[in-house]
Design a protein around this ligand. Structure first.
Ligand SMILES: [Zn+2]
Length: 342
């Protein structure tokens, strides 16, 4: 079932309820090419007097891609494996090297199969002295099996998780690298969620979920009491080929102003081929638990009511199917949101 909004109607609604960031965004029939890698914020708009200028941001898609590859090179980041432990060290070291204060939230966590794993939620704060903060998150673990693979013989096998896990973390690492070079006015926190993707392949009953165990633990055991960023954005599968992000139901329900802000920026930057002004139904992801913890959070995820990223939980979720243009679009949109906050 699809629930498509008429783009003209969407623009009207967006104008009506948009935050003060945007005067009015006219539907743009002349979509700019997002393939060039150039910063569209610097290109000419035919309606510049109607739209406040967005800050120019830096984001290097080649660097983001290299961060995906660095994770994949460890092997699948499956909890309780050597690759998981080594990648955890790498992520901490990288974030520290970019000037972040890093803290790892650990706990023994039992997964649906009765096994216990040491959870490692990697939490990084940039400019922790600043009161106004934005939180950006992504899960860094890899699902232990490719149970959606078209070949049933592959359902028990591990897979690379280049997009599912790797891409969101890669965008965050590149953002951290850029932020060290030029600080935004607000403070920025990053959380890399662990044990998001160890859910029961046969489904869960009783309204429970075996997914998102890291964010569920964090929501019940917040390391900083009263932690209240302005809002949060969770990134999940943001680097796959043919990436398309729709306005997911929990995001619209808990953080409608953040959905408007982010999709408005994407439109203004000419990235509407990635950020579709289309509603989609609710999905269980880390953003749900972040919202439950009282932080308005949206999910940027390759998902629509037609389904997830086509290579989701298959052997094909590898580097060959990563699109730098998708990494670039997401990185620039999120960075613009951050640098636009005063
Ligand atoms: Zn997954």
């Amino acid at each position: 079932m699809k629930n498509r909004l008429n783009p003209f109607k969407y623009a009207y609604v967006a104008c009506f309820i948009a935050s003060s960031l945007f005067a009015c965004i006219r539907p743009n029939s002349n979509t700019k090419d997002a393939n060039t890698g150039a910063n569209p914020a610097e290109s000419e708009h035919s309606y510049t007097d109607a739209v406040p200028a967005l800050p120019a941001v830096e984001f290097n898609a080649d660097s983001a891609y290299a961060f995906v590859k660095a994770q994949v090179d460890f092997g699948p980041r499956i909890p309780s494996t050597a690759a998981h432990a080594a990648c955890a060290n790498y992520l901490q070291q990288k974030l520290k090297s970019y000037g972040a204060s890093v803290f790892v939230q650990t706990a023994p966590i039992k997964t649906y199969d009765g096994k216990t794993h040491q959870l490692k939620n990697i939490i990084a704060a940039i400019a922790p002295e600043k009161a106004k903060r934005i939180l950006i998150s992504a899960h860094w673990d890899t699902r232990p099996f490719s149970d959606q693979d078209p070949d049933h013989n592959n359902h028990e096998k591990t897979f690379d998780g280049a997009n599912d896990g790797g891409s969101g973390v890669a965008v965050i690492l590149e953002m951290a690298r850029q932020i060290q070079l030029k600080q935004p006015e607000v403070g920025v926190d990053f959380i890399l969620w662990d044990i998001e993707d160890y859910g029961n392949p046969n489904g869960d009953g009783n309204g429970k979920t075996s997914y998102c165990l890291g964010s569920q633990y964090w929501a019940k055991n917040m390391p900083v009491k009263g932690y209240k960023p302005l809002y949060a954005i969770n990134l999940d599968m943001v680097g796959g080929e043919n990436a398309q992000f729709t306005m997911e139901e929990y995001s619209r329900q808990f953080a409608p102003q953040v959905v408007d802000k982010v999709w408005g920026i994407a439109e203004q930057l000419g990235y509407n081929r990635f950020f579709l002004p289309v509603n989609s139904s609710a999905i269980m992801d880390d953003h749900y638990w972040m919202n439950k913890a009282g932080i308005p959070t949206i999910d940027i995820i390759h998902f629509s009511d037609a389904g997830f990223y086509s290579n989701w939980h298959t052997q094909f979720d590898n580097l060959a199917h990563i699109d730098k243009n998708a990494l670039n679009a997401v990185g620039r949109v999120v960075m613009t949101a951050i640098y636009n906050e005063k």
